[in-house]
Design a protein around this ligand. Structure first.
Ligand code: PLP
Length: 462
């Protein structure tokens, strides 16, 4: 399987190269040259299989020409053994047609573990075979950093630098990064918001000298391996609810649109998906885009669901590319313009094709809090604020048939917001309790790409 850039101006690469590079040299994102798929019988056959086996089957469709299937299976088994629920991603029923997919049973209590645990093993595997090392620079709106540090701490072939917006993530989120004591981990508190962190990352990744000097790589959801790993739970949860014999819909708390695009991938691979409801908080760039066809940055608002405080949803570029019939030059023009501050007008035919699968909705702060309270009262389940954003959107627009709401974080990761909304403090899992007493280690830095780049070089000894 070869991977091409959404901007059409980079040479195709293999799976390993796409995973290690993250961003394509022309600034685009990698997508497979053709979409692999499963027959309806193969999808039906996922029912009742262990999560790691389904993950290996999905991953195999993208990577088996470069990595032996038994190695892929071994990595999946190891990655998902780190989860504290035997189903890995259990389903909990909230109402006749509403189900929660609990994606938070991994080491950092958020859904990003699902992809990151696998990505760490994948990259270790390919780096050690190639005799290479890498430096991961990661920009986090809260949960990616913790998941990445948890996954990569102590790994022999990787250094990791996690950047987070200073003061804009929760204490638990911060501690998942800053309490790692391994030598290969560094944390940077950036004086800016998440979009500033992401802009620094993009600048660094476009810096060929830096890339060569330190083996720079990204684990943000621009990395296609993460998207593949996230498409797996669309399969496992839909099959548990009767797919492929009936379509299943999804409601997805969205920021960078990685999770939403993973649903698109599952759909392209043959899974009958009814609708993907893209739920944003007040930072509603995606919700607005699906409504109006204009992809335009707004000001970033701080909310109680900080992992979604984003006004530039990187993976939307992949959907734009697909919906325009894989028009690389048009995608390049649109997204280079977006980086330069312009809005993107999605062509009418592309918007129409997006709307066949996606709809968008934004949930404000009051409705998010009310949803946490209502969900607890009606079902006895505590939802974290991100999950509540999607539950609220679904309550207002239920749609036909069963819907799986992706529960993207454990409520204990956002105890203040949950307590304020429900009057009850979520129970803290042992994994989070253990962080409280540990010393933290991080440095403050200006929102300045040159300073971050210098820091990374020093750390890598380059
Ligand atoms: C990252 C994150 C999201 C947003 O996911 P995207 O793939 O960026 O859209 C939602 N909820 C939580 C808890 C997250 O950590």
């Amino acid at each position: 399987m070869r991977y091409i850039s959404t901007r059409g101006a980079s040479a195709p690469v293999g799976f390993v190269e796409a995973v290690l590079a993250g961003l394509a040299p022309d600034g685009g994102l990698y997508v497979p040259e053709t979409w692999p798929g499963f027959s309806q019988d193969e999808i039906a056959g996922f029912a009742g299989r262990p999560y790691a086996e389904v993950a290996a089957a999905v991953l195999g469709r993208f990577a088996a020409d470069e990595i032996p299937r038994e190695d892929l299976l071994g990595m999946c088994q190891e990655a998902y053994a780190a989860f504290d629920h035997p189903a890995v991603v259990p389903l909990v029923q909230l109402a006749p047609d509403v189900f929660l997919a609990e994606l938070f049973h991994g080491p950092s209590l958020a859904f990003k573990d699902v992809a990151m645990q696998l990505l760490a093993r994948l990259s270790d595997h390919v780096l050690s075979r190639a005799g290479r090392t890498q430096t991961i620079l990661c920009a986090t709106s809260g949960d990616t950093g913790g998941a990445a540090v948890e996954a990569f701490r102590g790994r022999a072939n990787t250094r990791i630098v996690a950047m987070f917006p200073d003061g804009r993530i929760s204490e638990v989120q911060r501690r998942f990064m800053t309490t790692a004591s391994e030598d290969n981990v560094r944390c940077l508190a950036v004086a800016g918001d998440f979009d500033a962190c992401q802009a620094i990352l993009k600048t660094a990744l476009a810096d060929k000298d830096l890339q060569r000097a330190v083996g720079l790589s990204a684990v943000n959801s621009i990395n296609f391996a993460r998207i593949i790993a996230q498409s797996v739970y669309y399969f496992t949860t839909a099959v548990a609810l009767g797919a492929p014999h009936r379509p299943v819909s999804f409601a997805v708390p969205s920021g960078n649109f990685g999770d939403g695009f993973a649903g698109y991938v599952a759909h392209r691979m043959g899974l009958p998906v009814g609708r993907i409801l893209v739920a944003t908080n007040a930072n509603d760039i995606l919700a607005r885009t699906f409504l109006t066809g204009v992809y335009a940055r707004g000001a970033v608002a701080e909310t109680q669901s900080p992992a979604m405080d984003i006004q530039s949803a990187s993976n939307f570029e992949r959907l734009f590319f697909e919906a325009t019939g894989r028009d690389g030059p048009a995608t390049a023009e649109a997204f280079a313009g977006f980086s330069a501050g312009q809005a993107i007008q999605v062509p009418a035919s592309a918007l129409q094709s997006m709307k066949l699968l996606f709809s968008g909705a934004s949930t404000d702060e009051a409705s998010t809090a009310r949803e946490m309270q209502q969900t607890l009262k009606e079902t006895g389940e505590m939802a974290d604020p991100h999950t509540a954003v999607a539950l609220s959107a679904l309550r207002r627009d239920p749609g036909p048939g069963p819907t799986v709401v992706l529960a993207t974080a454990h409520p204990a990761k956002f105890p203040e917001a949950v307590l304020a909304a429900t009057g009850r403090a979520p129970e803290t899992p042992a994994r989070a309790l253990a962080l409280a007493g540990r010393p933290e280690r991080f440095e403050r830095i200006d929102a300045d790409a040159a300073k971050v780049s210098a820091y990374v070089r020093t750390f890598a000894g380059a």
